[in-house]
Design a protein around this ligand. Structure first.
Ligand SMILES: [Zn+2]
Length: 352
């Protein structure tokens, strides 16, 4: 940078300025250039103005126009370069596209959701409708229509959670309880639809249970219902065998044990062959080779009468299975509470 010397004249000064401008790369350099050329004090333009003030008329003639042109050019050129620099400057929050990518943290599907969806998919393939239904129920749909009238001893089998205040919605019965089983949904569906019926209802149910290794006050049920002309116990057995194979692997055996439920007759508990020892006996199956998995039976005629079906015309089967129970067996877990404690070390073991 040459020292400021107005004796070289405005034209030569303009050449100097152009040369200096060509070297400017940053905002700071541009600001320094601005000060040096058009600053109020000690700049080239200020020096020319001072020189003009004391110049002779001839000198004014020679320098005056040139000095003004110099000032205009310097200001215009600096403004232009300022805009050019701003256009290439990165904003403060700019993304540096040269950095390596950060892998987003993927969530995991909850193991109970996986089982629920798997069971839903199995029955969808078999031509079933998958329903959910309300979790708050009235007494009629949860008990009475399922052949459990008031004072029926079977009601003692399920410790029910009642609402503090009954909920009244529409013209129906007041809603008084949290459903104790998804069977209530069977009734709701049959009330609205003529046979044939082929559905599974999947969702949370509630019982007054204390939390322990195998019980939670809220758990999930899969309930199946098939109604039509000539539906038999053989259809039930075939369906459950197909489900067991789809869930636990080809060749898994099932067996029926007589049991009692108010809404089915005859009723059966269903066992699957122990998935750990394949039937030879181990600690998981308490040396029996079998593991209880669900309850089932042929729909009781009283249930058909409650929904307006003719028990002489149609027959049907129903079954109910715990989603948590399936999850425990399938993954060899021993404590049902693991599904509700949200411990990521447990949950992250399951698929996406
Ligand atoms: Zn076993």
């Amino acid at each position: 940078m040459s020292p400021i010397d107005t004796s070289i004249g405005p034209d030569r000064a303009r050449e100097l300025f152009r040369a200096e401008l060509a070297d400017v790369r940053t905002d700071a350099e541009l600001q320094a250039l601005r000060m040096r050329w058009v600053g109020r004090k000690g700049s080239w333009v200020a020096a020319f103005m001072e020189a003009l003030a004391t110049a002779t008329p001839e000198q004014k003639k020679a320098f005056g126009r040139g000095a003004n042109e110099l000032k205009n050019e310097v200001e215009a050129a600096i403004t232009e370069r300022e805009a050019a620099l701003a256009a290439t400057r990165q904003p403060a929050n700019a993304v540096d596209i040269t950095l390596p990518g950060r892998r987003p943290a993927f969530g995991h599907r909850h193991p109970l959701s996986l089982i629920r969806d798997e069971v839903g998919a199995i029955f969808t393939r078999l031509g079933y409708q998958v329903l959910e239904g309300p979790e708050i129920e009235d007494d009629y749909h949860n008990f009475e229509a399922l052949n459990m009238p008031e004072e029926h001893p079977a009601r003692d089998m399920q410790d029910t959670l009642y609402l503090a205040e009954p909920l009244r919605i529409g013209a129906g019965q007041p809603l008084t309880l949290l459903r104790t089983h998804t069977s209530a949904m069977q009734i709701r569906h049959m009330e609205q639809h003529a046979p044939p019926v082929r559905l599974v209802a999947i969702g949370p149910v509630y019982r007054k249970d204390n939390l322990d290794l195998t019980h939670t006050p809220m758990f999930h049920q899969v309930e199946g219902l098939v109604v039509g002309k000539g539906v038999t116990l053989a259809d039930l057995k075939g369906t459950l065998a197909a489900m067991a194979e789809a869930l636990f692997g080809t060749g898994i055996g099932i067996r029926f044990r007589p049991s009692f439920f108010p809404y089915t007759e005859p009723s059966a508990e269903v066992d699957i062959q122990c998935i750990k020892c394949k039937g030879s006996g181990c600690s998981m199956c308490k040396r029996t080779g079998w593991i209880e998995i669900l309850g089932s039976g042929m729909v009781h005629p009283a249930v058909f009468e409650a929904v307006g079906y003719d028990p002489n015309e149609v027959t049907g089967f129903a079954f109910g299975m715990g989603v948590e129970r399936v999850a425990l067996l399938k993954w060899g877990a021993e404590d049902i509470r693991l599904f509700y404690e949200n411990d990521l070390r447990f949950l992250e073991q399951f698929g996406l």
